[in-house]
Design a protein around this ligand. Sequence first.
Ligand code: FES
Ligand code: FES
Length: 224
Amino acid sequence: MSNRDPRGGASDAGEAPRKGQPKHSASRRRFMKTVGMSSIAAATSGAGIGQAFADEGDAPAKADDTPAAGKTRVKFKINGQMKQIDVAPNVILLDAIRDELQLTGTKKGCDHGQCGACNVHVNGTVINSCLSLAVMHDGDEITTVEGLSENGELHPIQQAFLDEDAYQCGYCTAGQMMTATYVLGSSHIGDSDDAVREAMSGNICRCGAYKNILAAVQSTRGKV
Ligand code: FES
Ligand code: FES
């Protein structure tokens, strides 16, 4: 895969810490903890205005409960919860996740399948949610960054991003972590640094935190 860093730099370009800047500053740690805890709060609250069901069989259709004209009803499991949303056929999964379910950890970067900021897991693989229509996911099992943590505990990859200072602005971080967890769980992807760089080359970090992202991924190996 090609490196699609719009700055044209190498995949680990720009990773050197600024002179005099501590690797793990207190303010950065507080920021990442805030990001992480926001995700946890969203995940544990069962947040989302889409209608939730214990299982698909718990959603009997009512005579007056039909999608509005021009909308299609879609039911899927997201972060362990069944959700039902009514969406127009041209709504992309990314917008459904963010706007219909209020799971805003997943970010819109390029909106063209080129940056990986919108990456989520669908049925065990990782996809660009900006390139997929929501109506195509009826019955699917989806995991977003809010679904990584369990019981209020950060997922090991979230902890590793914190420990390795693997972010600056944080905008790409959710997508990076979703791809990273897929990479770590995929036996067909090698465990060398080059293999990880290649597998994650679809995730662009405009801040150039690639070296630390790689360190976070490799330090999580064996923990997931
Ligand atoms: S927002 Fe989907 S790949 Fe960039
Ligand atoms: S941390 Fe800013 S884009 Fe990656």
